[in-house]
Design a protein around this ligand. Structure first.
Ligand code: GLA
Length: 523
């Protein structure tokens, strides 16, 4: 029961003198019971709360709760960035508040248990999720408006943003998210840049060192975005990366908040593009995230065009990477908003199921990829430990055949020789970077476990991938007549075994490992 209820009772008492005696007595009993009851029984948690947790880099992560208390039962919802999730299993018993929120959907669902003790108008709260350290903070009462996104800004009329002439072959580099997520900082980026050179990755063609989410700090008094404590000087960091002969990328969102809840570029598109250019940034990944709270999916084009124009206006060559998970067939309009690449899927993760689901689905839209404007099935997981080397070779081969951006997502400072050999296989990279950028075609496989794809290359040769999605090894064959090379004396180069195989007859057959690939270049 909150303060208002108690004061109403006091008013009651003042006005009881003319009431029947038994009513006065009933009131007295209630008052005594209440006085004897522990303080928590008088607490009503109903209302809006904000849970502010320091992120350790100078920012706070804000999660909003709308709690409804009915006796010991707690219901309501949690608002985090663009997500609103219903509370389950909520209770307030013996002074302890507890409720559960499940973020995402199976199999990637994350069940977070919140537990707290109300103290006056605050709740000392802990959130716990499997595999993570408990997070402690304080929830305070707030107004429902605090959880609302800022008002909608009008969108520009649509027009074609001129091609910036960049990324004539699929961008190659590294991105911090898959391995480091929020644990990325200046020192790590510098050491990754060093490793990019010393490991031979730079030599193999990897050029961009891309900082993903969680570099952002608050805006200054003029509205300029700043970097947070993990990145004390972005310009100096960019200079360092450039001094290694590499390029540097950064990340933002068209929404007010990024996916990790950091400051986005909403309403500051031109200003942020200018800041990025002044820092010396060469690549921007622009992630939809909380823009979904302001704009509808069918308005994405205008939203992305805004930043496309802003980047162009800076006069600095900046690769523009759209990240909106493939919504609205982005491959049909990504070029028009100035995009050099666009994510075609949700987030990849380091396991075979995710890899094969994302990877083979790309074949259907391969014809939309072209020089300067690439389908992006997400960053590489090679070397992150969740897959076998056969699976990682499949990852690299499929991405190369798809002409996908090759953005390594592992820790380049400590990768094994095996990982390095997969990432730096120059013959496979040459398929990815082929100047003709002709679309890969599936010639057999459909929904089956043996998938054969081909891609015609600039020098007249043909890349052929024989993929085995089955859980056992299997023989997979390809008919040579269908390759447009018939009648000639054919030699196949096995791009993983690094051997030449003379071909005779009408077909070639290989025993392919489970989840593995035979990748050939036939001349
Ligand atoms: C989204 C993107 C990821 C990564 C994270 C960062 O999930 O799809 O690639 O950028 O946001 O928060």
């Amino acid at each position: 029961m909150n303060a208002i209820h108690v004061s109403e009772m006091r008013r009651c008492r003042v006005s009881t003198s003319h009431r029947p005696r038994f009513l006065r007595f009933a009131w007295l009993l209630a008052f005594l019971a209440l006085g004897a009851a522990p303080a928590w029984t008088q607490t009503d948690l109903t209302g809006f709360w904000v849970f502010r947790v320091p992120t350790g880099d100078g920012n706070f992560r804000e999660t909003f709760f709308e709690l409804k208390q009915d006796g010991e039962a707690i219901t309501g919802k949690v608002v985090f960035g663009s997500r609103e999730v219903a509370i389950t299993d909520g209770s307030f018993k013996n002074g302890t508040l507890e409720f559960v929120v499940t973020y995402g959907t199976a199999p990637q669902a994350r069940r977070v248990v919140y537990q707290g003790t109300p103290q006056g108008e605050k709740i000392a709260l802990t959130s716990e999720a499997p595999g993570r350290n408990p997070i402690k903070g304080t929830a305070e009462r707030t107004k429902p408006e605090a959880a609302l996104p800022p008002p909608r800004l009008p969108l520009p009329d649509l027009h074609d943003v001129p091609d910036n002439g960049l990324a004539r072959t699929p961008p190659m580099g590294w991105n911090s998210w898959n391995k480091f997520a929020g644990k990325i900082d200046d020192a790590t980026v510098r050491s990754i840049a060093d490793a990019m050179v010393s490991s031979g990755m730079k030599q193999a063609g990897y050029a961009y060192v891309n900082i993903d989410d969680t570099w952002e700090g608050p805006r200054d008094a003029q509205g300029n975005i700043t970097s947070n404590l993990k990145f004390p000087d972005m310009k100096a960091l960019a200079d360092y990366v450039h001094s290694k002969g590499l390029k540097i990328g950064i990340y933002s969102s068209p929404g007010p908040k990024t996916c990790a809840g950091y400051e986005g570029s909403y309403g500051h598109e031109e200003q942020d593009a200018k800041t990025f250019a002044a820092w010396g940034i060469d690549y921007l990944k622009y992630d939809w995230c909380s823009a979904s709270r302001i704009y509808k999916n069918d308005e994405m084009q205008g939203v992305y065009q805004k930043m496309g124009d802003a980047l162009r206006k800076t006069g600095r060559p900046i690769v523009y990477s759209l990240c909106q998970y493939g919504i609205g067939d982005v491959w049909k309009w990504g070029t028009g908003v100035g995009g050099n690449l666009w994510r075609t899927t949700g987030d990849i993760s380091d396991n075979w199921k995710a890899l094969q689901t994302i990877g083979f689905r790309q074949l259907a839209i391969a014809s939309y990829t072209k020089a300067g404007h690439w389908n992006d099935p997400d960053m590489l997981e090679i070397g992150n430990g969740g897959m076998t080397v056969d699976e990682y070779r499949t990852h690299m081969s499929l991405w190369a055949l798809l002409a996908a951006p090759l953005l390594a997502g592992n820790d380049l400072r400590s990768m094994s020789e095996e990982t390095k050999s997969v990432l730096t296989n120059s013959e496979v990279i040459a398929i990815d970077q082929d100047l003709d950028a002709k679309p890969v075609e599936r010639i057999s496989g459909g929904e089956g476990t043996a998938v054969v794809v081909v891609r015609h290359l600039h020098d007249g040769s043909v890349a052929v991938g024989l993929f085995n999605r089955a859980d056992q090894p299997q023989e997979i064959s390809v008919q040579l007549e269908g390759l447009g090379l018939a009648g000639k004396k054919l030699v196949a180069r096995d791009l993983w075994r690094h051997t030449d195989i003379p071909l005779s007859g009408n077909s070639y057959q290989a025993l392919v490992a489970s989840h593995g690939v035979a990748l050939l270049r036939i001349r």
